[in-house]
Design a protein around this ligand. Structure first.
Ligand SMILES: O=C(O)c1ccc(O)c(O)c1
Ligand SMILES: [Mg+2]
Length: 620
């Protein structure tokens, strides 16, 4: 095997929802090589271990390990004898399952003695029994183990046991949650690392047991350096499976098949991030080339009127389809009313709403190759003769994400559209797309984070929470390294929040607002007002508080209040923003002016949400 051969990929059955057969089928369908059989999944399965073995082999997957065996070492002699008997029973099960590896967690019992020599003596007995039957034990330090919490402590004991059937199991969660790392792993011969479990997690302040049992997630979804962990283990010579072991309430509640695909995507990505394999590079992003709305003729007319108030002009008509292009400086908005298209399908299901986004990428081909390597197939709309074919990938909610190279963009517009002559530039009122915000179905935040991070190299910022009048919104923002693409992801488990209403009333998740940056928000809002659009009204109390918080002068405050402009400041600069009223309750636009400010006005989100709820209640 050459050194960069991909490692086998495995997943613990505890990571997926459903029955044991559901889990095995999902893992096999995604393309995993093997599964860890989690004992509780076997115990609740109505069939023999032999049936499980047969099912796995029929599906073409192996069983990498049986887990967990617990609380063995350092107990009083009578208990040790019982534990050895218990082990023999588990060896019988392993024989039927057809796996030779048993995961043993470090003892968590209060009664286990703090004595490495004793632990090693006990474990030697276990190793000897396992070895006689052709089995091996992988010993794992649980972060909440009574005396063995760190992998080095497990390794010290393994050295004392010094038995070919007894080796180390590494689990990235236990190591990284304790703030530890694999420094020193070079001392462990590669073949003594019997198994490696991977999990990421958000940084949380809580007891490590609850953290581990509820908040683990796939590599790339949390805050741990899982790639660094894999790199160190590979450098030490580990060549066994990369296996996901994810205890997560949301994952357990989601459908197993898409979850298994995300799982494998995360492993393929982390193996490449660790430098072991190579993926086609993530694209350099140049922003959004266009945003496409699914409409019918009446919605198109109303939306064109709103866009008109923001300075957009009808710039092109599609040569063969009911599709119009509206342009304002560099921003392209496409209104698609073509029957029998993916847009019309979207319109029928969701009403007027964003059905596609287009990203400017430096190179399309490697981006598609990367997406495909990460299990996201290319999608292509049917095209008329001579029309430009724009490849796309689908976001986890099905929204199309088109990929456009700069060289192709101009050709796409000129070939497919009858374009009006370019409009006079109006620099003071010019816009560009600052960010898009998406409302997600509960339980899908991690899926979106993984998608944008692995395919496009966007980095997530920590989750924040803000209050809606009817519950909590959790929000995570993601940004490309050059800052050209920013995405806000919002989720709410409370059914009556504005975010949850968007998802339920629009019959699914999607883009709920598009934010345009302007160099001059006073002029932009003034122009919009003159053209008939009044910004979402903001209560006077808000401006009272602004005065108190930021010490803005009276004239500035009066200007902001008159135009419904909200204000924020961070260490880098300040921020002004205003919102259009919602369009049929489905989406809205934001105008914003940034001066160094890095955020998205989250502190103003409760004000915006309440103002939108008020408008909804007034039937506006
Ligand atoms: O939470 C647990 O008990 C548990 C069991 C097995 C593991 O491999 C692990 O990391 C945790
Ligand atoms: Mg583990």
């Amino acid at each position: 095997m050459t050194d960069s051969t991909p490692l086998p990929k495995s997943i613990a059955t505890v990571s997926l929802s459903g029955t044991l057969p559901d889990k095995l089928e999902a893992a096999a369908a995604a393309g995993f090589d093997s599964v860890e059989i989690f004992e509780a999944d076997l115990l609740s399965f109505d069939g023999t271990p032999r049936d499980v073995s047969r099912m796995a082999s029929d599906l073409g997957i192996g069983i990498s390990i049986f887990q967990p065996f617990r609380d063995f070492e350092g107990m009083e002699p009578a208990q040790l004898a019982r534990n050895l008997t218990r082990a023999e029973r588990k060896f019988d099960v392993m024989g039927e399952l057809g796996t030779d590896l048993l995961l043993l967690c470090s003892n968590i019992q209060e009664s286990t003695v703090n004595d490495q020599a004793r632990a090693a003596a006990d474990l030697s007995l276990l190793a000897e029994r396992a070895g006689q039957r052709g089995f091996k034990i992988a010993y794992e330090a649980l972060a909440w183990g009574r005396h063995v919490k760190f992998w080095r402590q497990a390794w010290d004991i393994i050295k004392r046991v010094d038995h070919p059937a007894f080796g180390l199991a590494l689990d990235s969660f236990h190591t990284l949650a304790l703030g530890d790392n694999l420094t020193g792993i070079g001392e462990v011969p590669g073949e003594k690392i019997f198994f490696m479990q991977l999990a990421d997690a958000p940084r949380l302040t809580m007891d490590v047991l609850s953290w581990s049992r509820h908040y683990r997630n796939f590599p790339g979804q949390g805050d741990f350096d899982v790639a660094g962990f894999v790199r160190d283990a590979l450098r030490a010579g580990y060549r066994g499976p990369l296996s996901l072991e994810i205890f997560n309430d949301e994952f357990r509640a989601g459908p197993p098949r898409p979850m298994a695909l995300d799982a494998l995507r995360s492993l393929i990505w982390v193996e490449a991030e660790a430098g072991h394999t190579k993926l086609p590079p993530a694209p350099v992003l140049g922003g959004f080339e266009f945003i496409e709305f699914a409409v019918d003729a009446p919605a198109a007319e109303r939306l064109a009127a709103v866009l008109g108030t923001l300075g957009f002009e009808l710039t092109g008509r599609h040569r063969s389809k009911a599709v119009n292009l509206y342009r304002q400086s560099e921003v392209n908005i496409v209104l698609n009313a073509e029957p029998d298209s993916s847009a019309s399908e979207h319109f029928v299901r969701h009403g007027p709403s964003v059905c596609a986004l287009a990203l400017k990428v430096d190179q399309v081909a490697p981006t598609l190759a990367r997406a495909s390597a990460l299990l996201s197939p290319t999608w292509a709309e049917r095209t008329g003769p001579g029309e430009h074919r724009i490849p796309a990938v689908r976001e986890p909610d099905g929204t199309l994400l088109y990929l456009v190279e700069p060289a192709d963009a101009a050709a796409m517009w000129t070939q497919d559209f009858n374009l009006a002559p370019p409009a006079e530039p109006k620099p003071a009122a010019s816009l560009n797309i600052d960010h898009i915000a998406q409302a997600l179905t509960p339980g899908s935040m991690d899926r979106f984070v993984l998608f944008y991070r692995t395919l496009f190299g966007l980095t997530p910022e920590p989750t924040i929470e803000f209050a809606d009048r009817f519950g909590l919104i959790r929000s995570r923002t993601m940004k490309s390294p050059n800052g050209n693409v920013r995405v806000v992801l919002n989720i709410s488990e409370s059914p009556a929040t504005e975010t949850a209403r968007f998802v339920s009333e629009a019959a699914g998740p999607g883009v709920h607002h598009v934010a345009f940056a302007t160099p001059d928000i006073l002029t932009a809002t003034q122009n919009a007002r003159a053209a008939g659009l009044t910004a979402l009204p903001i209560p006077a109390n808000y401006y009272e508080d602004l005065a108190a918080r930021f010490g803005l002068d009276d004239d500035t405050l009066a200007e902001l209040e008159k135009r419904g402009i909200l204000y924020d400041r961070d260490a880098h600069g300040d921020f002004r923003h205003a919102y259009t009223p919602s369009f049929s309750g489905r989406f809205f636009f934001e105008l914003l002016e940034r001066h160094g400010y890095q955020g998205y006005g989250a502190s103003n989100a409760p004000i915006r949400l309440a103002a939108m709820a008020r408008q909804r209640e007034l039937g506006k």
